[in-house]
Every structure is written in C-alpha cells, then in structure tokens.
Write a new protein. Structure first.
Length: 375
C-alpha cells in the first residue's frame, strides 16, 4: 500500500484541499486527511492538483501509428502507452470505417486485450462504416455501407467491455438501433445527414448522443434543426466535442456547453497517428494525410481527425471559452466515464481504479499513475 498526499485534489466533480489517497493493488482504498501509521507517503508537488486520469472515447491513433493499420496487440499497446504518457490513462481505440474482416479483427484484438488486462484499454469504438456518404469526411468512400443482418449479429454478440458504434441514424432502422442498445452497445450519431425528426427517433430508440458534435453532421438551420439542433435540444443526449481550434469555433464550444453542461458534453481528441508523437503525416486507406499548422488534412483540404491529446484539449477549452478548469477536467474524466456507465473510472473515490494525474496551475501534466503504478 502507498499513500499520496496532495494539497489540492479534484475528484472528477469537486475540488478538495489537503487530501490523502491510499492505493493498493491498483485501486483507491482510502480517501482521507490522515495517513495510517506505517504507510509510506509520497508528497506531491506543492500546489499541484491531483486528478483522475483523462478518458478519451475516440482515439484513432497516436505515437506515430493508426489503429486501422495496427489492429494487433502490439499496435494497441503502443497507441495506449503513447497517450498514457500525456495523461490519458484510458482510451477507446477507434476503427475508422473498416470492412467486415477488419472490424472482426479489431473486435478480436480488443477482446484479447481486455482478457489480458492491457493497460489503458477500455473497449472499442467502431466509427462507421454505417454512415452517410455525403458526410463521410475522410472515411474511405468504398468502405461506406448499409448495415445487414450479419453486421447486427456481430455487433450484438457478447463483448467483454464497452463497445461504441458511431452510425448515421437515417441509414439504420430504429428497431435495429434498439436491438443494438438492448445488447449493450453504446450508439453515437455521427457522419450523418439526419433530419431533426430522424435524430429524435434515433434518440428514442436508444442513441446515446453525438460523436464530435458539429462536425460531419446536419447543421442547425432556421427551419431544419438537423442533428446539431436535435442534440442541443434533447435533455438525454451526451456529445463528444473536439477542442483543437480547427474543428469547432469557440462560440460553438460555448453554446454546446451552455446547452448540455459539463455533465453531458465531454472532450474527445479524435487523435490520429501524429498525436503524442513527432510524426508529421501518415496514410489512411492509401490517402496521404499531412500536418500543417496543427491541422491534419488530405490534399483537398478535408480535415482528417485531430493532432490533439486530451491534455491539450482541456487547456484549449479553458483558453477558448474561459470555462473554469474544474469543468474542463470533468469533461475529460467523470463525464465520459458516466456516458459509458462506468463507476470506477474518471473519479477519485474508494474502489475506483488508481488512474491519476498531477497537474500544475496551467493544467500541464506533471505525473501520471496508471493502475496504481507511476509511469
């Protein structure tokens, strides 16, 4: 057992002063102001903030590689470790519109990783291929497809961890969406041309919310609220949002936060291979993607994910919107955990995983613990 003493602690929802955490076997076993006799104490940086590790529900790559190109145990470990070093202690590896064989391989890799207790791996996010071609963005056109009975069978089979599927609700019957949700799949709407009515029907069938709000979806217009309007109008909806300064205007960040609150709006990195690395480009389905001025684009200028970590997203959100840092950190910790129904992640509480970070006043990550081990 070890003890960490912090002069400031943020538990994912609230800030505390002068707290001591007791950690044993990768879990938080105590949370108090005193240290039991005989327990070694690690004193954290004076005035630093102890917080839960960041949780990222949309990680396409990092450390120089894409999950699409490395759906193996080694590739997965490399991506997770790259993000862990930046403070993101739990990720949902994300497959960008793969074919059926690619999807099956990704699911098998994640099953094995979860069975082995692979550090930092929460589950799997399948972004596409059941999306609207007109809103596919960087997703390969040839990969976009309708969902068939075999796909439903694959997605509803027992899975050992969280499984997110991002789809266009106008392309999938509401009864199918309901069946997926009933089996335990978390559904996000994304890459969609859905009308407000179609979006509302999808939410009623069980869609959780929206992937990367504002991007690759029908916008809010005067007499056509679209997917954006449906999300902002629905008291049930969660939404991920990319705070990199390229995907979403700061005013839209503020509007989304005003409508959804930090309890339902959460940060995602949408990180690509260049994140948490010195890489300046990669290929996706044979298309060259280059990094220039912090933007990742193809030759035609289409945004291709983000060159972003969660730590950067947190700092950006505070800088762009003026929101209190506690809300920004909540949106990278407790809120994404709550979206997936996880009770032992994204918070500092007795029984929770000891995934922790130490932040300075500028929200730079100074130290990282994953499963109770200092990285």
């Amino acid at each position: 057992m070890i003890a960490l003493r912090a002069s400031r602690l943020f538990d994912g929802r609230n800030e505390h002063e002068e707290a001591v955490l007791l950690i044993e076997d990768g879990r938080i076993t105590g949370f108090s102001a005193d240290v039991p006799a005989g327990i070694p104490v690690e004193e954290l940086h004076e005035d630093a903030i102890l917080a839960p590790g960041f949780i990222d529900l949309q990680v396409n790559g990092g450390g120089g590689i894409m999950f699409n190109d490395a759906t193996t145990a080694e590739g997965l470990a490399h991506i997770a470790a790259a993000h862990a070093r930046t403070g993101t202690t739990a990720i949902m590896p994300t497959l960008i519109s793969g074919d059926r064989a690619h999807m099956a391989q990704a699911m098998a890799t994640i099953r094995d990783a979860l069975a082995a207790g692979a550090p930092g791996v929460l589950g799997l996010h399948l972004e596409g291929p059941f999306i609207a071609g007109a809103r596919r963005g960087i997703h390969p056109e040839a990969a976009v497809t309708a969902m068939g009975a075999d796909d439903v069978a694959m997605l509803t089979a027992a899975f050992p961890g969280p499984l997110i599927v991002t789809l266009a609700p106008e392309t999938v019957a509401d009864s199918v969406i309901a069946a997926l949700v009933e089996s335990g799949v978390t559904i996000f709407a994304g890459h969609t041309e859905a009308t407000w009515e179609q979006a509302r029907a999808g939410f009623a069938a069980g869609i959780c919310g929206a992937a990367h709000l504002f991007n690759a979806m029908s916008p809010l217009a005067t007499r056509a609220p679209g997917m954006v309007g449906a999300v902002l109008d629905d008291p049930r909806a969660y939404a991920g949002i990319i705070a990199d300064g390229h995907h979403v205007h700061p005013a839209n960040l503020r509007i989304a936060l005003h409508c959804l609150g930090a309890e339902r709006l959460f940060l995602v990195s949408d990180a690509m291979a260049t994140a948490a690395s010195d890489s300046t480009g990669f290929t996706l389905a044979g298309v060259d993607i280059t990094l220039d001025g912090g933007r990742l684009t193809n030759a035609g200028g289409t945004l291709a994910g983000a060159h972003l970590t969660m730590a950067e997203a947190v700092r950006n959100l505070v800088s762009f919107t003026g929101v209190d840092w506690t809300l920004a950190v909540r949106m990278a910790t407790a809120t994404p955990a709550e979206c997936l129904g996880l009770t032992d992640r994204g918070v500092i509480a007795v029984g929770a995983r000891a995934d922790l970070i130490v932040l300075d006043d500028d929200l730079n990550v100074l130290e990282v613990w994953q499963d109770g081990q200092r990285l």
